[in-house]
Write a protein that binds this ligand. Structure first.
Ligand code: ADP
Ligand code: MG
Length: 339
């Protein structure tokens, strides 16, 4: 409560916090030259075959990107066999063995780490997709790139409004994501966020919070995922979404029950009002006692012969507590500022 209204920066996680976290496949693009011999129909390798390979690789992954791909493949009625081996590489993508060849699906870092070269025209397509705010995943099979699958997530209804109110209040807003810089910038632009921390690996989110704290800033972090938990704990105030994972809710000091980011503003407002009440109460308690204690000691006696009887003293004491309690009770009338 004390720290909430002193926050200088609030960092929002992108996926699942600013966005709904329910991405869906928007584009499936083959690399220009068609490759023969990979489909059930052996004569053509088409978009569906690319999607199928991606789904095989993602079948056992729980990442929202993976679920989007598998869902689309199922909608298309594709059968998805199990890969022989499957491995998740956090913040990079997935690696799977199918038909004795390796499927790699993920970002540039994943391709670079596996020494897969991304051809220039493919790179151009990836860039174009990213500029539209989509997450583009490159698929390589047997050591060669085959194409790209793009996935996009929709923004939550009130994300932009929450950001603009916070900025007006003088709180700096930043966005944090593991997604690539271009996609992140495109999304931040839609939201009016200027400070973007992109390509942050899940384990590094906490470092970004520490960095800002080292600049002497009070940092708030809003997140929903398992990988947000350390950052939520590190932040001066961690704010978890009630729709998020249990671990995030456990780590956050504030939990937004509804999925409405404007409640970050309301939480700050509640913090501000609470502190104001505490100060008011302290003031009145001290003022009251500063006056009443000397009177009880007989300060008025020389002039007016007035003494405080034990009964009156008891009443005055109770009255003091009563006013403080009543003043606090007015908090019940507090209505959220924005709705
Ligand atoms: P976020 O912070 O947005 O939740 P992550 O840190 O989980 O993102 O992932 C960062 C990036 O790594 C993704 O944008 C994607 O390019 C890649 N990636 C992660 N997991 C997968 C996956 N299962 N399949 C494909 N790509 C993935
Ligand atoms: Mg998230």
């Amino acid at each position: 409560m004390e720290t909430l209204h002193k926050l200088d920066v609030i960092i929002f996680d992108k996926t699942g916090t600013l966005t709904k976290g329910e991405p869906s496949v928007t584009d499936i693009m083959l690399k220009t030259a068609p490759i023969i011999g990979l489909k059930a129909n052996p004569h053509r390798f088409d978009e569906e075959a690319l999607l199928r390979l991606a789904a095989i690789a993602e079948k056992r992954s729980e990442h929202p990107l993976a679920q989007a791909i598998v869902r689309r493949a199922k909608e298309k009625g594709l059968e998805i066999p199990d890969p022989e081996i499957f491995e998740v590489i956090p913040g990079h993508g997935v690696k799977a063995l199918y038909n004795g060849k390796t499927i790699l699906l993920g970002n540039r870092k994943l391709m670079a780490d596996n020494k897969i070269q991304i051809e220039e025209d493919l790179e151009e397509r990836v860039k174009a997709l990213e500029e539209e705010g989509k997450t583009a995943m490159i698929l390589a099979y047997g050591g060669e790139t085959l194409g790209v699958i793009a996935v996009a997530d929709t923004l939550k209804e009130y994300s932009a409004e929450a950001v603009s109110i916070l900025e007006k209040m003088g709180v700096e807003v930043a966005m944090l994501t593991g997604d690539n810089r271009r996609t992140a910038n495109a999304i931040a632009k839609q939201l009016g966020i200027k400070r973007v921390l992109a390509e942050v690996l899940p384990g590094e989110k906490v470092e970004e919070v520490k960095k800002l704290q080292m600049e002497g800033k009070k940092v708030g972090f809003v997140g929903d995922g398992i990988n947000d938990a350390p950052a939520l704990t590190q932040a001066d105030v961690g704010i978890a979404l009630g729709s998020g994972t249990d671990i995030a809710m456990e780590a956050g000091k504030v939990v937004l029950i509804k999925d409405d980011l404007r409640d970050v503003v309301n939480a700050i407002e509640i913090g501000k009002r609470t502190m104001k009440k505490i100060k008011e109460n302290l003031f009145w308690a001290f003022a009251y006692n500063a006056a009443a204690v000397p009177i009880a000691m007989g300060a008025l006696y020389p002039f007016t012969r007035f003494v405080v009887s034990p009964e009156l003293a008891a009443l005055l004491m109770a009255l003091s507590s009563f006013t403080v309690t009543m003043n606090t009770m007015t908090m019940k009338r507090l209505k959220p500022k924005i709705r």
